[in-house]
Design a binder for this molecule. Structure first.
Ligand code: SAM
Length: 213
């Protein structure tokens, strides 16, 4: 992944991202959140939190004794998120940080839960295991990992083929690429314990919950 280009793309998208994505992606992200069963007092990190739409829902679940961190490469996304939290008067347990999923700016064993939604599939073949290793480094004990990502399990389907063509033609804009998230997560030191696929615009989206092995 070319990180500076990626950050610029998401800076440019930041004001519109929620408007463009929440109606289709929101229910899938919330299903992942439900499946993660966050508990009061837990510490949660979302890598690639974007406009941070789900951070208040995470905060409501972990309560005042817990903490929710949103990390993103794009300063524009973080600004949008910060503004929204201030406007809604939410976020006393929410912290935002600019950073790269490949080198997370935290010491090890700080979090109970790490979430990536529509973000894991932005990383290149060689980077994707590194992001998951970084997440594992931050998870304490048998911490949980929640993933929502485009699935490559149905390469022959019309929408998937059309999406791949669009991705190849405009990789800087249509940047998520369908991946085998269950295989990648299982091969990166996690035990999968929930795995479902849901339709979205004719594509398939995997929702996974795993524990650090
Ligand atoms: C497709 S958006 C998803 C946003 C959010 N997770 C959601 O589901 O609404 C991907 C996000 O990942 C961020 N991102 C891209 N590369 C990143 C990296 N290397 N480290 C951290 N965040 C990154 C982008 O800036 C963007 O906000």
């Amino acid at each position: 992944m070319q990180h500076s280009r990626q950050a610029r793309t998401y800076d440019a998208l930041s004001r519109w991202y929620s408007l463009l994505s929440d109606s289709s992606e929101g229910p899938l992200r919330r299903e992942c959140l439900d499946r993660l069963r966050l508990q009061p007092g837990e510490a949660v990190l979302e890598i690639g939190s974007g406009p941070g739409t789900d951070l208040p829902a995470m905060e409501a679940r972990v309560g005042g004794a817990g903490v929710v961190w949103g990390l993103d490469l794009s300063r524009g996304m973080l600004r949008v998120c910060q503004r929204k939290l201030l406007k809604d008067r939410r976020g006393s347990s929410i912290r935002l940080v600019q950073g790269d999923g490949l080198k997370l700016p935290f010491r090890h064993s700080l979090f109970d839960v790490v979430v990536l939604s529509f973000t894991l599939e932005l990383f290149g073949e060689n980077e994707i295991h590194q992001v998951l290793r970084e997440a594992a480094r931050l998870l304490r004990g048998k911490g949980r990992l929640g993933i929502v990502s485009l699935s490559n399990h149905y390469p022959g389907e019309l929408a998937t083929r059309a999406y791949w063509q669009a991705h190849r033609a405009l990789p800087g804009i249509i940047d998520c690429r369908p991946i085998d998230a269950p295989g990648i997560v299982a091969g990166s030191g996690y035990d999968l314990f929930e795995e479902v696929e849901r339709p979205m615009w004719g594509l398939r989206v995997a929702i996974l919950v795993a524990r650090k092995s």
